[in-house]
Design a binder for this molecule. Structure first.
Ligand code: SF4
Length: 355
């Protein structure tokens, strides 16, 4: 499914840009102004970046439902954590709601990629809603593990961020049996009724490094703790974080395109900073600040799993206009695809995926 590759950089053809300028800081009395033409020599694009298989599937689900189902088609919560994509789907006819009571009885509603708790499913059934489930299969896998451990009488320690939709959904599978920890201090404060029957699960979009430390602390306090047979942090989260580590070795600054409520995008910024490189999360090209670029020769660019490539392209064009050379840093190849939910296995002929 995934092939590890030696990192390689590939030159890209440049857009015609302005003549290269040397970076000059302009001094005014008592104040240092930033050079608006500060020259960044290179922009290095991380690969893999951007949309993961779960996000592609969720966006496809909305588009297919818009074609196949009688309107209106409702979507509970943001289908993925990206306002650009949500706005695009709104314009195409999707109606986004915060809760199911905004959907009329018998209406069609799509559950987002982050998953929902069994309580939400019950509410949908009681209101005879036509549900299309766009939950990422890798999130569903964590739900199944939670059910399995709770049936065997285990206390489940869920490692994740309080309030994140995925965490709310997973905790809902076994609310009585699940405790949430977000850091090592939470582990130290944990009280469980039977330390011989304890298992951990994780949110899919966590920092690899932080999670490793939390699991180590758990093992130290509870040597009998069990974990899932395979990693809960998903392939896309892992690959994007590992790519940022490689990017940090060859850049002075890393920009991450993604939404402020996107967990995996925020983790990419942390990964860059932990690797010793300043980093900023930008929702789009308009958020780049001149002062970040002063004295920077090589900028790294990546994007979270819910950020569409069109937003990355706009950042690339911005640097190309300023005369930067653009290269790709390829660290992994991804070839992961998920089947559509059973409700949509007879799709219209054409899929439209944001790119
Ligand atoms: S980030 Fe991972 S878990 Fe989340 S939708 Fe993408 S593949 Fe699924």
């Amino acid at each position: 499914m995934l092939a590890g590759l030696s990192p390689r950089t590939v030159d890209r053809p440049r857009f015609p840009g302005p003549a290269n300028r040397n970076s000059v800081s302009v001094l005014t009395p008592g104040r240092l102004c930033y050079d608006p033409y500060a020259m960044v020599k290179k922009l290095i694009l991380a690969t893999p970046r951007g949309f993961c298989a779960g996000v592609v599937r969720a966006v496809d689900v909305v588009r297919i439902a818009l074609e196949a189902c009688p309107p209106p088609v409702y979507v509970r919560k943001q289908i993925i954590h990206n306002a650009y994509v949500v706005d695009e789907l709104c314009r195409e006819g999707a109606v986004f709601v915060d809760s199911l009571d905004q959907v009329p009885s018998g209406g069609t509603v799509i559950f987002s990629a982050h998953g929902v708790s069994p309580q939400v499913w019950s509410e949908a059934r009681s209101r005879s809603l036509n549900v299309i489930d766009a939950t990422c299969p890798l999130v569903t896998k964590v739900h199944v593990e939670a059910i399995r451990y709770s049936k065997r009488g285990y206390t489940i320690v869920l490692i994740g961020h309080e309030g994140h939709e995925e965490v709310v959904g997973t905790m809902g599978e076994a609310p009585e049996a699940t405790v949430l920890v977000s850091n090592i201090e939470d582990v130290q404060a944990l009280e469980v009724k039977d330390s011989g029957k304890i298992a951990y699960l994780t949110q899919t979009t966590l920092s690899l490094e932080d999670t490793r430390e939390i699991i180590a602390a758990l093992r130290q306090r509870f040597p009998m703790v069990q974990g899932p047979p395979s990693e809960d942090i998903c392939y896309a989260t892992q690959n994007r974080q590992l790519a940022v580590r490689e990017l940090a070795a060859v850049t002075d600054l890393i920009l991450v395109v993604g939404a402020s409520n996107s967990s995996n995008s925020n983790r990419l910024v942390e990964e860059a900073i932990n690797s010793g490189v300043p980093s900023h999360l930008i929702s789009d090209v308009g958020k780049i600040r001149q002062e970040w670029l002063q004295g920077v020769e090589a900028v790294g660019l990546t994007s979270g799993a819910s950020a569409p490539e069109v937003l990355v392209d706009q950042v690339v064009a911005y640097f190309e206009r300023r005369g930067s050379r653009v290269e790709d840093l390829v660290t992994r190849e991804e070839n992961v695809h998920f089947a559509l939910p059973p409700e949509l296995r007879q799709p219209p002929n054409q899929l439209h995926v944001l790119s």
